[in-house]
Design a binder for this molecule. Structure first.
Ligand code: C2O
Ligand code: CU
Length: 515
């Protein structure tokens, strides 16, 4: 059902004046036709969404940078404006953003910005070959959209494994009528770090693609159970990690071993410290910007109240720890005690931690390796949460059901959807089609031995009948997770695993509106 001429798409990608040129690639006479990223349906929907707020103009310069990760540890990486995470972007719902991405990466490196979790107009979604031309080295691109729905989001490139460099930053959309009572907030960006320390993410990906048999582990064909020693041999620039295991994630937790786990760009030995007063009510906004690591997050000596996930409110629920997959966000309220408290992000299944610190009283800093016992308490993960009444999606018989099989594995590193590795040069070859205005259900059927955080662009689905509204759903091995949404944002939208390496290997699909 290939409705798009591949060479035409490539031409559009290389030289056309506007992303709209992609629309011209539909083969005459071939059906069904897909909505164009900048076509009339997209513009009409964007008109409905247009905010009345002011326009915020910002520049993001993506360039090589040397960053300090704390404790004098320097790393050469790629970053926005020389820092990682990049500077937080903060808007008020209804504001317009005009963000100019300036690509100053080394020659040949194209990039883009994807506004993760935001329901925006399709041609601003930042997916080269799908919604726009790649932004080539030396050139600029301005993203213009209004941010309609308050919440905790972030942004990152949608090219290769650039997400696993320093290229990401929080995007907070404030609610002008904020209903939650709190005194202050703290945005926490969790990140697994190796770039410039044990190679680059591209090195790691190349190594993973060689597959298990290429890892000099003496592995036998068919051996996938991690009983072999991990490869950590001399001369290996990077360290794929065949042995990470997590009961919470149902088995293997990740493919990559990282030398550092950062909170707000800092190692635990030299943490970010929030200085405030006892008794204050704090809103935590936790963002997992990692490439291959889920984090279990807890604040020593405190109980959390989970209020949101992926920007959308949930029925408040107490928890001792949060489990946050790549691409997921959780907001929680906490009333602070008197003292010095570690906020720890345990790299799930990887036996390593990141840390930040809250200081409301006297006392020494917690040890960098500290593990508060709250980590082993009640976990506030999405499967235990319910949508808040105001965002609950009332039940309705779906008009369209897509079975989305998660396929492939570690051995051949052939992660895929429905047995097909996504081809970025031919993105509309096998679309999952939907019609505007219809109720859609996606059944993620995980046939693999590993968990996957499945992310849909441009929409916020509901988990099950009354679970939370989310854009990224953790799907455990050999389980099925059903999500539903109303198709209300025409365009061509990526649906993929938010493990940077799985996505790059091909665990992606295109959800496209017919029109
Ligand atoms: Cu943050 Cu397509 O993803
Ligand atoms: Cu995955």
């Amino acid at each position: 059902m290939n409705t798009v001429d591949r060479r035409c798409v490539l031409r559009a990608g290389l030289g056309a004046a506007a992303a709209g040129a992609l629309a011209a690639c539909t083969r005459p006479g071939s059906a069904p036709a897909l909505v164009s990223p900048s076509g009339a349906a997209v513009a009409a929907k964007d008109g409905e969404r247009a905010g009345t707020g002011p326009t915020r103009a910002v520049t993001l310069v993506a360039a090589p940078a040397q960053v300090e990760l704390g404790a004098g540890l320097m790393a050469d990486t790629w970053a926005y404006d020389g820092r990682t995470p990049g500077k937080e972007l903060r808007l008020s719902a209804g504001d317009r953003l005009a963000a100019t991405l300036s690509n100053r990466l080394p020659d040949g490196a194209t990039t883009s910005v994807h506004w993760h979790g935001i329901a925006l107009r399709n041609d601003m979604d930042g997916v080269p070959q799908v919604t726009q031309r790649p932004v080539t080295a030396g050139s600029d691109f301005t993203y213009r959209f209004s941010a309609g729905v308050p919440g905790t989001y972030f942004f990152h490139p949608h090219v290769g494994v650039q997400l696993d460099r320093g290229l990401h930053a929080p995007l907070i959309v404030e609610d002008p009528k904020e209903p939650l009572p709190y005194d202050e907030e703290w945005v926490l960006v969790l990140d697994d770090w190796l770039d410039g320390v044990t190679g680059t993410p591209d090195d790691v990906y190349a190594e993973l693609r060689r597959g298990m048999s290429g890892m000099h582990m003496g592995s036998r064909p068919g051996v996938t159970d991690g009983t072999r020693p991990p490869s950590s041999g001399a001369g290996m620039p990077t360290r794929p990690m065949p042995r990470s295991r997590s009961p919470l994630l149902g088995g293997r937790a990740g493919d990559v071993e990282y030398p550092h786990h950062l909170i707000n760009g800092r190692v635990p030995a030299d943490p970010e410290i929030l200085r405030t007063k006892p008794g204050r009510r704090l809103r935590l906004r936790v963002i997992n910007a990692g490439g291959d690591t889920a984090y279990r997050v807890a604040l020593g000596g405190h109980e959390l109240t989970v209020t949101h996930t992926d920007g959308f409110p949930v029925r408040h629920r107490p928890a001792d720890a949060l489990l946050v997959g790549m691409g997921e966000r959780y907001d929680a309220l906490v009333t602070l005690g008197d003292g010095v408290f570690p906020l720890v992000a345990l790299a799930e299944g990887k036996d390593a931690t990141g840390m930040a610190v809250i200081r409301t009283g006297s006392g020494g800093l917690p040890r960098a390796s500290t593990r508060p016992r709250e980590l082993d308490g009640r976990i506030g993960s999405a499967s235990r949460l319910r949508a808040a009444d105001e965002v609950w999606l009332p039940p309705k018989k779906p008009d369209r059901v897509h079975r989305v099989e998660l396929t492939g594995g570690m051995m051949a590193y052939d992660w895929s959807v429905d047995g097909r590795r996504f081809d970025m040069d031919d993105p509309t070859a096998h679309p999952l089609t939907v019609e505007e205005g219809r109720r859609v259900r996606l059944d993620f059927v995980n046939t693999t031995a590993m968990w996957h955080p499945m992310h849909l662009h441009g929409h916020t689905f509901q988990l099950g009948a009354s679970g939370p509204r989310k854009d990224t759903a953790v799907v455990l091995p050999r389980t099925t997770v059903s999500v539903a949404f109303d198709a209300d944002n025409p365009g061509r939208w990526m649906l993929h695993c938010h493990n940077a390496y799985h996505a790059e290997a091909g665990m992606m699909a295109l959800l496209a509106y017919l029109g």
